[in-house]
Design a protein around this ligand. Sequence first.
Ligand code: MTE
Length: 435
Amino acid sequence: MSPSELAYDRRRLRQWLAGDARADGVARRDMLRLLAAAGLTAAAPAALASPAAAAGAAPAAVDGTAGSTRVAASAPGIVKPLPEEWFTVRGTNAETRFAALAGTGLHTPAERFFVRNHTSTPVLDADSWTLTVRGDGLHRAKPAEFTLDDLKRLPVTTRTAFVECAGNGRSFFTSQQGQAVTGTAWTLGAVGTAEWRGVRLAEVLRRAGLSHRAVDVMPVGLDAEYVTADGTNLGHVRRPLPVSKALDDVLLAYEMNGEPLPPDHGHPVRVLVPSWVGIASVKWVGDIEVSARPLYSPWNTDFYRLFGDAHPAGGSAPLTRQTLKSAFELPWEASVPAGVERRLTGRSWSGAGAVTRVEVSTDGGARWHPARLHDTPRRASWVRWSADWRPAAPGPYTLLARATDTTGRTQPDTTVPNTQGYLFDAVVRHPVTAV
Ligand code: MTE
């Protein structure tokens, strides 16, 4: 067990013994509401037993993906075409170019949606796919099985939500702040917003026999086991969710923007965890463990936590909500005509609450002007915005966009660093040249 896993294990054990592990930060009142909605009564005191051992040892800070900025029309393991005008290929992943979102509407078309694959997209047959729900957090020993048709017969829920990689914006730790970080060198395009349709995970857990003892829920992907660059096999992609979140707004989604999920985005069924870091939204889900004890995987112990001098020794709590960001729908180092008024467009989003204000600066941050918002601010989604600008003279300009969300939080000038480069939220300095 690595030191970070040990620290996490101790924290969860303390929570568990105190009867707090089910909520992991969620107010008791909210937890009771969620349990009542799921048809369960209030939590009985947790049994005093030893916690499960952490899942297999994981290596130190590696994201396991190349940080190259190679531009190509295909990526190993991604099924859909990746035209250069829409995507930058980064190892096994494809980043959406923000300029390619101009005019696309609130929902990102599936064909332009970024792809983050630890290995490669499995092409699964929806007719023979089944979901197994099992574990000692159910009140029956036998696992429950669901086919896709079973899920489709359950009450349907539709949600607009972004999926965003925790490392989105990571390259700016280096290019803006001069800090070395590990992992895929995303700019701002490891995010997309779609309309997801499916069944609430709460509904499936209830039918599977969720017991009041349940603490954690761990969806497991059907893609190949993930082997890190140093040869360590970490097993299938999987990450526990506290039962409080699982019962709240999480979906088992089978449609994206009104169509069956495409192979690269989890066909036939993925987990959709609104507002949380993308790793929580496990694609190609085939198995869900429901546990009466805290669960562990490398994705909530060694990865997707904050490590480094500014963070607790042994690492932060596992990442949950995404942070606050803004991006212009403009190529990096774009050329624009001098002396001509143009409309700058972009998008801002936050995992903490709806974005309520966006300001734009066209002079490197000396003066700021409010942008016009084109969408009603909604949690878990983004807002499109615009601002008019006439670059008076030819030359270099730095454009900045800065969002504020319903919690009152505004994007800062710099982000406190962490070794794996997660949750970059600082204002990005976007260079353009007027010609
Ligand atoms: N689920 C599985 N099974 N395998 C994966 O590699 N990647 C995760 C998550 N779910 C992943 C997964 C990460 S890190 C992100 S950011 C999102 O999927 C990306 O979703 P997308 O590829 O549909 O954009």
